[in-house]
Design a protein around this ligand. Structure first.
Ligand SMILES: *Cc1c(COP(=O)(O)O)cnc(C)c1O
Length: 277
């Protein structure tokens, strides 16, 4: 069963509702996080909830108090008998609420969804995935907004494409719900925070890569570098580290997920226990 916490109560997800008066519905005002469990313990809850607060602040949503309740909601939700065994994904949503004052939102709503964790097809880690480059920037890159329309529209109906890859003016920023890394000229290159969301997985992978002695550059990789790149991968809390073997019409490297991608994924998996809440 999927569960939803709202306003002090847990209900089955299909019974939960957002009033039509909420600015999430009326104007797309809302921010969220996806937090998965390992052994039923939340992964990096502190960093995720800090980012949720920063997303809310930048969206003009006054959410400090409501977000401070979430750790207790996670604890209670994970102990609920309605959730069967297995790993869980917990998604806190902070909506704009019904009140807008000077384009700020002083009275937000909090929903926390608890769902069985669904992982990408394991075969994708062997074959790698395809991204579709789109010549646009994700608006307000520091906000993890509920609005994914910009990333979805360019690949609507494309079963062969995993996500859009935002490449404004030939500079690669991030994918629609992942950070992007390129291995080129013996370096690991990824866009700087500010051009992209500060992915929790991105931060951990960068730390592990530096610790392991990789040369790292935080700048936007260029589309013109793709032809000579050896490897590419994306990162995200659910997918962890996932190889990218095609971008639009281009094959990356030899068309298989490469050794750097696989090595960093192994290092990531080995460090997971340090981040469990
Ligand atoms: C969620 C998301 C990410 C990945 O963030 P993690 O904290 O690593 O899960 C990257 N970019 C965008 C646009 C996202 O929405």
């Amino acid at each position: 069963m999927m569960l939803c916490y709202h306003d002090g109560q847990f209900t089955p997800l299909e019974k939960a509702y957002v009033p039509l008066s909420d600015y999430a519905i009326q104007r797309g005002i809302g921010v969220f996080e996806s937090i998965r469990t390992y052994d039923r313990r939340p992964f990096a809850p502190g960093p995720h909830l800090e980012r949720l607060l920063r997303s809310a602040e930048q969206a003009g949503i006054e959410a400090r108090e409501i977000i401070s309740q979430i750790p207790a909601v996670f604890r209670e939700g994970l102990g609920r008998p309605e959730l069967q065994g297995g790993e869980i994904i917990m998604k806190p949503y902070v909506t704009g609420g019904d009140v807008m004052v000077n384009k700020r939102f002083p009275n937000p709503r909090l929903y926390v969804l608890f769902e069985p964790l669904e992982l990408p097809d394991p075969g994708l880690y062997q074959t790698g995935i395809t991204l579709e480059p789109v010549n646009m920037e994700r608006p307000f890159p520091l906000i993890k907004s509920i609005n994914y329309m910009f990333g979805y529209i360019p690949v609507a109906g494309r079963g062969d494409v995993f996500e859009s890859l935002f490449c404004p003016d030939g500079e690669i920023t991030e994918a629609s719900s992942s950070n992007f890394f390129l291995c080129v000229d013996g370096k690991l290159v990824t866009a700087p925070v500010g051009r992209v969301l500060p992915g929790i997985t991105r931060g951990i992978v960068l730390h592990l890569a530096r610790e392991a002695g990789f040369k790292v550059e935080e700048r936007c990789p260029k589309v013109t570098e793709l032809d000579r790149a050896d490897e590419a991968f994306i990162t995200g809390s659910i997918k962890e580290v996932l190889g990218v073997t095609r971008i639009g019409g281009r094959r990356i490297g030899n068309g298989r997920p490469g050794p750097v991608t696989q090595h960093l994924h192994r290092l990531y998996r080995a460090s997971i226990h340090k981040w469990l809440g």
